[in-house]
Design a protein around this ligand. Structure first.
Ligand code: GAR
Length: 218
């Protein structure tokens, strides 16, 4: 049966677009039933509307507290009987209650090879550290920021000529391959999170997840 997905965004929504395209191409057995943005000017809202997906603008600035905001979101997600919550550039820390509610069925993508560089400015930090490799991680969400069991990491080599912007573009491109892949696993019931460990087709994944090696074509 098709899974019911909600995507939470705050910005451009290029990862949302990648998921929309992967569903259209038949790569993910799911339907996006709701896109929630906490920012009125998020271009992702336009992307969702163009694809005919219901959108909801929930501005946290209008909520008295983090808990109130999260409970309002939770209400909408429950009304839609969502199987999977996809955080796609949703730049807001979620309350422990919200995270617990969607334990094992909420994914995030982060632009670093976790556990390195949680938080912001990940590309600049990788360059400054002289890392040979950078990339992105898709992980299940736990109460800590940019934490939780990693399903997949996509590697991007760092070259001497990389600027923050260039590296960000390269990682972004990889994100658009990595995220739909993991979502497709989840929606096909191939990916399971149990006791903070991940199983892909019943095989335990390593701590840093499935490794998607660099492919210059992509
Ligand atoms: C992506 O690069 C994603 O990895 C990052 O926000 C960007 C959203 O881009 N997420 C985080 O940093 C989460 N900690 P998009 O709006 O074009 O999908």
């Amino acid at each position: 049966m098709k899974k019911r997905i909600a995507v939470l965004i705050s910005g451009s929504g290029s990862n949302l677009q990648a998921v929309i395209d992967a569903i259209d191409a038949g790569m993910i057995n799911a339907e996006i039933v709701l896109v929630i943005s906490n920012k009125a000017d998020a271009y992702g809202i336009t992307r969702a509307q163009k694809a005919g997906i219901p959108t909801l603008l929930l501005q946290h600035t209008h909520s008295p507290s983090r808990t109130d905001f999260d409970l309002a979101m939770l209400d909408h997600l429950e009304q839609q009987r969502v199987d999977l919550v996809v955080l796609a550039g949703f730049m807001r820390i979620l309350s422990a209650e919200f995270v617990r509610h969607f334990c094992g069925r909420m994914l995030n993508i982060h632009p670093s090879l976790l556990p390195k560089y949680k938080g912001l400015h990940t590309h600049q930090r990788a360059i400054e550290a002289g890392d040979a490799e950078h990339g992105c991680s898709v992980h299940f969400v736990t109460a800590q920021l940019d934490d939780g069991p990693v399903a997949l990491q996509a590697i991007v080599p760092v070259t001497a000529t990389d600027t923050e912007q260039l590296l960000q573009q390269k990682v972004h491109k990889r994100e658009h391959i990595a995220y739909p892949k993991v979502i497709a696993w989840f929606c096909a019931d191939h990916l399971r999170c149990s006791d903070n460990k991940l199983y892909l087709n019943d095989e335990l994944l390593p701590a840093n997840g499935f490794k998607l090696a660099f492919d210059a074509q992509n």
